[in-house]
Structures are given as structure tokens and as C-alpha cells.
Design a protein. Structure first.
Length: 211
């Protein structure tokens, strides 16, 4: 069971994915962002298995040797793209009340679900079989969001809105972020801001005794 309050865990960065200084110097930061945006869009659109280094090279008008020299494999390329400039969607939320914070978390998660959910679904099987990708997804997509949400919950505990030992606390991240992944499979529609806000009102707040 998660205990509150307490420091959120900080995920470690995989050291073996760091590019060499020589490789880094040959690609500008703007060009690197272009490569990252292209490969992630290809993953969302076609699925991870269909994406090739050659296809991304053609889309971005560069030699495929540039991508291979910089990232060596498709898995490392996608992992690096996931790690680049990723910020938690619900970081900085603090309305002064736990219920207000959770409503804003729902709105923030819903606003990005049309981008995040297709990406995670497209990575599906590859994430389960490739440790580089699995670590990158946990580090950049999952862990920062969970840490930001757990900070929201800790503040609610510190303000006395929810007891530190409340049994529902440990399940809140899975409740909120899990439903964003499963709703498209269940109903064929995204877990948008309206849906997640209603979900928080009907399910999460009552579970915490805040309704």
C-alpha cells in the first residue's frame, strides 16, 4: 500500500542510451526534435512494428545512416524520442483542495489522451518484449504522471482532507490513468476531459470520501 505523505520515487535514466559526444555534435537540437516528432507520429499512425528507420529518414529528408549512426536501432530511437522534453501533464496543479486538484488532473489527462493513448497502444507488444522501450515508457510517460498525482494526494493528506491510511489512496493513479487506456477498447471512444471529469466526480471522489 502507498503511504502518504512521503517523497515520490525518482525514476533512473538508462545510461546506455546516452549518445556519444561525436554523434550529438552532428545533429542540431532543432533537427533532433524534428526526428523525434516524426518517429512518434509514425508510431501513432502505423504502429511500432511498421515503423522503419528508412521510413523516418525519407519523411525527414535525411540519410538513413544519420539515424543509425545516432541511435543504432529503432528501439533506441523511439526510446530517445519518448524521453525528449517530456513534462507531466498534471504537474503544478494546486487549487488548495484535493477535490479541486483531482478535477484539474482529470481535465489535463483528458486533454492529452488523444495523443498519449494511441501512442501507448501502438507500442503495446513491443513495450512488453523490449526492455529499452519498457523502461523509456515507464520513465517518461508513466512515472512522471504518477509522481505528480501522488504529490497532489500527499498535499490532500497533509491538509487533513483524507486520512494518511485511507485504503483508496494507493489505487487513485490506476483509477485515473488506467481508465484513459481502457475506455477506447471498451467503448471505442477516448477518455476525454469531459469523461474523465465525470469519472472523478462519480468514482474517485466518493472512493476517497470527498463526495
Amino acid at each position: 500500500m502507498t503511504h502518504y505523505p512521503g517523497p515520490a520515487p525518482t525514476p533512473a535514466t538508462a545510461p546506455d542510451l546516452a549518445p556519444t559526444a561525436a554523434a550529438r555534435s552532428k545533429i542540431s537540437s532543432a533537427r533532433e526534435r524534428e526526428f523525434f516528432a516524426a518517429v512518434l507520429d509514425e508510431v501513432r499512425t502505423h504502429g511500432y512494428e511498421a515503423v522503419t528507420m528508412e521510413g523516418v529518414a525519407a519523411r525527414t529528408r535525411c540519410g538513413k545512416s544519420t539515424l543509425y549512426r545516432r541511435w543504432r536501432t529503432k528501439a533506441r530511437f523511439v526510446a530517445a524520442a519518448l524521453r525528449a522534453d517530456r513534462q507531466p501533464r498534471c504537474a503544478g496543479i494546486d487549487t488548495g483542495s484535493l477535490a479541486g486538484d483531482l478535477r484539474l488532473v482529470a481535465a489535463a489527462a483528458g486533454a492529452w489522451s488523444d495523443q498519449d493513448t494511441p501512442l501507448l497502444q501502438a507500442l503495446g507488444y513491443a513495450v512488453m518484449t523490449d526492455s529499452d522501450l519498457r523502461d523509456a515508457v515507464r520513465e517518461t510517460v508513466v512515472a512522471p504522471e504518477v509522481a505528480a498525482l501522488e504529490a497532489v494526494l500527499r498535499r490532500g493528506v497533509e491538509r487533513g482532507e483524507v486520512p494518511a491510511g485511507h485504503p483508496a489512496l494507493e489505487f487513485v493513479p490506476s483509477m485515473i490513468f488506467g481508465v484513459t487506456r481502457i475506455r477506447p477498447l471498451v467503448s471505442g471512444r477516448p477518455a476525454d476531459a469531459d469523461y474523465l471529469t465525470r469519472y472523478v466526480e462519480a468514482v474517485v471522489l466518493p472512493a476517497l470520501g470527498l463526495a
